[in-house]
Ligand binder design. Sequence first.
Ligand code: SF4
Length: 331
Amino acid sequence: MNNLLEVKNLNTSFKIGVGTVQAVRGISFHVGEGESVGIVGESGSGKSVTMLSVMGLLPDYADIRADSILFAGREMTQMTPKQLRAMHGSEIGMIFQDPMTSLNPLFNVENQLTEPLRIHMKMGKTEARQRALELLKQVEIPNPEARLKQYPHELSGGLRQRVMIAIAIACGPKMVIADEPTTALDVTIQSQILELLEHLKNTTKTSIIMITHDLGVIASMCSRIIVMYGGIICEEGSAREIFYEPKHPYTWGLLNSIPKINGNPDEKLIPINGTPPDMLMPPKGCPFAPRCRYCMPVCREYMAPRTQLGETHAVACHLMHPKAPKVEREV
Ligand code: SF4
């Protein structure tokens, strides 16, 4: 599989009144053509900032540095804001968490759905309208003729998210980034939206990056998972490796906090105690050290190197050192 996106040594920081927030600290990753990758981590782990950095969608006070961001063979770090804007919608589509704040309340569905078609695909009014109808059918919105005339406030949360997905795929992008696409929805609608995204992935062969704090959301959808914590990648691997052979204590914590369908209803979920690190002053060593029950003195002093365990599986944890104590995940 060829790489569609290849990011090398990305660092993103924000200068604010009291100092500099180091949101993303030297991460590298790739996404293959037609591949679905999940980026998982709690709030403040740097997962959304990573993709907004790649897209050039952060405010001016963000400082984005990378050795390279290659998309479809083109170097995005060399692109002008205008060139980057031209890629949004046409080659990279985005689905945000809350469609109510992403859709423009002043325009109806037809206006918002036909705009990218007219700008990027140079379609005329009639052709764009026809394509908008097809897109609404593709995202399984009933009675699409009537829906075209409606405004965002007239649609339910699930329908609004379907419209967002239709806008994201309107121009046939090579990659779609979905940032917590189901967090604002109830569980039934959440499952329908995930099924829809999976169907689109299988039928259009678009690469999908799914950003979420919930490992359960991407279990069936993503073939590879990147786990982020404190602005770094602490573990990455195939879905099987992350779910069945996780090696990083933070990944263990994430897995232990997911309810199991066939589990004992009286069984308590195990939370990850403590709070995420202050990224104004990130720890010198492993960012998970203050919350990690296996923390060793070396963890507080030095960031763990990345250990490659297999072709796709890599972990940044001092427990991977041959002389480290052997510990097992507690389930
Ligand atoms: Fe825990 Fe140390 Fe591994 Fe960090 S490097 S996760 S503190 S054992």
